[in-house]
Design a protein around this ligand. Structure first.
Ligand code: SF4
Length: 408
């Protein structure tokens, strides 16, 4: 008999299949027939499966093989979008792609992006993420991310802030609490900031985060009117009262916080004053940084941009009226230039790389070479091309984020 137990994997009976969930929010189905080919089995707890007539070693080997096979059908539970699990043995490095992994722009703020996908559908989302997204999602094994991040921090050898700013909602990362605990323990990290829409927070979670003393939560809050808030969030399920309760509770608990509304012309200008009035009622005032909506090529762009003179005039009037600073300045972030991370290749280089998985958008593929990911445009990922070598001409190399095209 063999019992396999996993921390990050859970099992659920689903008629002819067993649903295998990875880090809670991503899942694939393994046909029972396939599991029976290992041996008779039963799910003994959400995280354990028992194979009756086989040794531990054989069960481990055979189950790993099956899991690898069915991870090719991994999906984001929320949207049904295709998802890729990036782990120690996936052969995919964590530097090179702007959407997930580690982004280091030669500054003391290192971005980490352990997951993609979001439960809102904000009308102004700069990365076009959310319930209506059909893009490929990614989720990264926590220990792999921490190990690679620690290596980078060693290289930088200066105190750093870690910014968890994902293309989506970071609380959709099933190992977020453990990740935060690991980051808290690293003495070279002086701050951990995280951008959130607040929907998945609870009082219990906030109580836990009071122990992560380096944590700063950056809340998005775009309106105080329920209907306007739902319009901004792009979903009728947005519960403004819950978000306000979470902001208030975080403030009562003394968490470091930033509240960052996005002003979208024609949608929520009138809400800014109400947000300021709400912030003024909090016991520990967060930093309030009102941002002007900016259009992005891959984002949702529902309105034209408010001109900068108009935007600043509005802020000045509000700052004067409420005796409050409403603009985030460079000093608020304490960003320093740090050592450059060497780039293994530069623009126009021709590089031999190995195809690994689909990239975020249709007709794009991720290949890897020399410890970096490279996004290849105009190339549909095909399963049979996985692990095949291609020659790529590099078209972008800024900050070790690489894109290219297949050499003709
Ligand atoms: S919460 Fe953030 S990631 Fe999600 S849809 Fe809104 S802006 Fe995009």
């Amino acid at each position: 008999m063999a019992e396999l137990t996993f921390q990050t994997i859970s099992f659920q009976d689903k008629e002819d299949n067993v649903e295998v969930s990875i880090l809670k929010y991503f899942s694939t189905l393994i046909p029972k027939e396939e599991l029976l080919s290992i041996s008779e089995f039963k799910i003994t707890s959400p995280h354990s499966i028992e194979f009756i007539k086989i040794s531990q070693e054989k069960a481990q080997k055979k189950f790993s093989y099956l899991l690898e096979k069915y991870l090719e059908h991994l999906k984001t539970k929320l949207t049904g979008n295709k998802a890729i699990y990036i782990h120690q043995n996936s052969g995919i490095p964590l530097i090179g792609n702007p959407a997930f992994g580690i982004v280091y722009r030669n500054s003391s703020i290192i971005e980490i992006k352990p997951v993609t996908s979001c439960n809102l559908d904000c009308i102004y989302c700069s990365v076009g993420e959310g319930l209506s997204s059909t893009k490929t999602d990614y989720v990264i094994e926590k220990d792999y991310l921490v190990e690679e991040l620690n290596n980078l921090i060693e290289f930088v050898s200066e105190p750093v802030e870690i910014h968890i700013g994902v293309q989506g909602e970071p609380f959709f990362y099933g190992a977020l609490d453990e990740l935060l605990e690991d980051l808290q323990q690293n003495p070279k990290i002086y701050r951990i900031s995280i951008d959130t829409n607040g929907t998945l927070l609870s009082k219990e979670k906030i109580d836990f985060y009071t122990k992560i003393t380096k944590l700063q939560i950056n809340f998005s809050l775009d309106a105080m009117d329920e209907e306007v808030a739902k319009t901004m969030a792009g979903t009728k399920n947005y519960k403004l009262k819950h978000i306000l309760d979470m902001i208030r509770y975080s403030s009562e608990k003394g968490l470091q916080m930033v509240v960052a509304p996005v002003l979208v012309s024609g949608y929520n200008e009138k809400e800014m004053e109400k947000i300021i009035q709400f912030i003024k009622t909090l016991p520990n005032k967060p930093i309030l940084g009102i941002q002007n909506f900016l259009p992005y090529k891959t984002g949702r762009n529902p309105a034209s941009v408010k001109s900068w003179p108009e935007f600043f005039k509005l802020l000045q009037e509000l700052e004067k009226k409420y005796d409050m600073n409403l603009r985030l300045k460079a000093e608020d972030f304490n960003v320093k230039k740090t050592i450059e991370l060497p780039k293994p290749f530069s623009i126009n280089d021709e590089v031999l790389a190995i195809i690994k998985c689909p990239d975020r958008f249709p007709r794009t593929t991720i290949a890897v070479a020399e410890g970096r990911m490279i996004s290849i445009s105009e190339l549909e990922f095909k399963k049979e091309k996985k692990d095949k070598q291609v020659k790529i001409k590099i078209l972008r190399d800024k900050h070790n984020i690489f894109s290219g095209k297949i050499c003709s």
